[in-house]
Design a protein around this ligand. Structure first.
Ligand code: TXA
Ligand code: MG
Length: 448
């Protein structure tokens, strides 16, 4: 066993720098998990890249302390070099080592958030300035992690494999989402393999199955001068939960506006943030499928007491589909539509198969009620309309599923993805923020 282990490691040492295809490391049994973790940790210690699961999305990790390793993250993803990275830690001690003043350097407002949401889907931005005579951090991250900003984004993921990997290599890991830049974030190891598996310099992909949250962490920073908390990116921890946590910790008024939690694009905007891409996804294109057009739809809830219901002509879903499809080529080819709708809306189109997960799409069955000889409409449930956690889990997976669907005769990806809006409460806020970016705008088409 030792012999075998050392053979694996020496192979890694000689090949990890430029593997053509990343090895997919399964972690299905305790033995495979241990072997996969030690191989992955070895690659990281040697300055290589490893993709790993977190509870939010898969990350593409490298040692945050090595400039060369961090630069290779940007190269692998095709990521603009001015978009800073989150550093992942596995303990409070690792956090203390990365910020000026150590434990003393943690802002008061962050303490209840750390206690409540770490490990978990919350990224906090810490100032790196040496205010109040604070000692410099014990560990200095590579300049490319922060892109020279005087602040550092840090998160402690809760996924056991992510935590075990960080502990095994004893390194803070810089890790953006493990997708090609501008594509939807990956929520399975296969998504990572699809985007970064070949000729991208990724040493290994640790396979931990599907991510539980399904979209990225909430990114929060603190404006030191005003004591204001800003949500730069809505994510897996809801704004309501952040407010509630601070209120319980005695920070009254935080949620009332005086020192309120402000949500980017809702409560404030800033040209500075727009220009410098420190607000995730603002400056650059994000979450876009490459083969399919995405439109957002909203079901008009009609009631007999609604006077506009009869006077305004609201199109049917079929009308919306036909008016949104790219014009057919000549001679007309068969067109495909992916319908990402709530389970309630899908139930209005009977005869379709139940579609709880994309794995059931091996042989997609068109919805007969909306399909015709030139058109196949394929259903995908984003879960119950009243449970945005389900939509969060299924959003990226569905976009990727339809965008990479092999439709035969060289055609990959459906022509159109129709995505139903969810209520912007809880993680619904983050779902809709991603959905709008995927659709490239704010337009929501109503249907009855
Ligand atoms: O859930 C997540 O956050 C995932 C997993 C892998 O942890 N990571 C992730 O990383 O989504 P990424 O790079 O795709 O998004 C992180 C965002 C960046 O777009 C960047 O704008 C922002 O966090 N960010 C990083 N450092 C920052 C800083 N110092 N100030 C402001 N924003 C920062
Ligand atoms: Mg990303």
């Amino acid at each position: 066993m030792l012999q075998r282990q050392s053979t694996i490691i020496s192979t890694i040492m000689s090949t990890y720098k430029a593997p053509v295809t990343a090895s997919l490391l399964p972690s299905t049994t305790p033995a495979t998990t241990t072997a996969a973790l030690s191989t992955a940790a070895e690659i990281l210690k040697l300055g290589g890249l490893v993709a790993f699961p977190t509870e939010t999305v898969y990350g593409l990790g490298a040692s945050a302390l090595s400039e060369e390793a961090v630069k290779s993250i940007y190269a692998a993803k095709g990521r603009p070099s001015d978009n800073p990275l989150i550093v992942h830690v596995a303990s409070r001690e690792m956090l203390h080592d990365l910020i000026p003043g150590g434990e003393e350097g943690i802002p008061e407002l962050y303490k209840p958030l750390l206690d409540r949401f770490w490990p978990g889907a919350l990224t906090l931005i810490f100032p790196l300035t040496l205010a109040n005579g604070r000692a410099p951090p014990r560990s200095t991250v590579a300049r490319s992690v922060t892109c020279g900003l005087p602040s550092l984004a840090i998160r402690m993921p809760s996924h056991p494999l992510a935590l075990a990997l960080i502990k095994a290599c004893h390194l803070p890991l810089a890790a953006p989402s493990a997708n090609l830049s501008s594509r939807p974030s990956p929520t399975t190891a296969q998504h990572v393999l699809h985007d970064l598996g070949t000729n991208r310099g990724v040493g290994a992909i640790l396979d931990g199955g599907s991510c539980q949250v399904g979209l990225e962490s909430t990114v929060v920073d603190l404006v030191l001068e005003t004591g204001e908390l800003r949500v730069l990116r809505a994510g897996g921890v809801s704004v309501e939960d952040l407010s509630e946590c601070l209120r319980k910790a005695g920070f009254d008024g935080v949620e009332k506006g005086k020192r309120g939690i402000k949500v980017y694009k809702k409560d404030f905007t800033s040209q500075e943030l727009e220009d410098k891409p420190t607000t995730p996804g603002m400056k650059y294109k994000h979450y876009s499928p490459s083969n399919s057009r995405v439109v957002l739809v909203k079901r008009r809830q009609t009631s007999p007491s609604d006077p506009t219901a009869t006077t305004t002509a609201v199109p049917s879903l079929s009308d919306v589909i036909h008016s949104s499809l790219p014009s057919p080529s000549s001679p007309p080819q068969h067109q495909y539509v992916g319908l990402m709708l709530s389970s309630q809306t899908l139930s209005l189109y009977p005869l379709g198969p139940p579609t709880p997960s994309p794995t059931l799409f091996a042989n997609p069955t068109p919805l007969p009620s909306l399909s015709n000889t030139n058109l196949s409409v394929l259903p995908y449930s984003i879960g119950s309309a009243s449970r945005p956690l389900e939509a969060a889990q299924r959003l990226f997976s569905g976009l990727r599923y339809f965008d990479s669907l092999d439709l035969g005769a060289g055609k990959v990806g459906v022509d159109l993805i129709v995505l139903e809006c969810v209520d912007e409460v809880g993680v619904g806020l983050a779902v809709m923020e991603r959905a709008r970016k995927a659709a490239g705008g704010e337009v929501e088409l109503e249907f009855v």
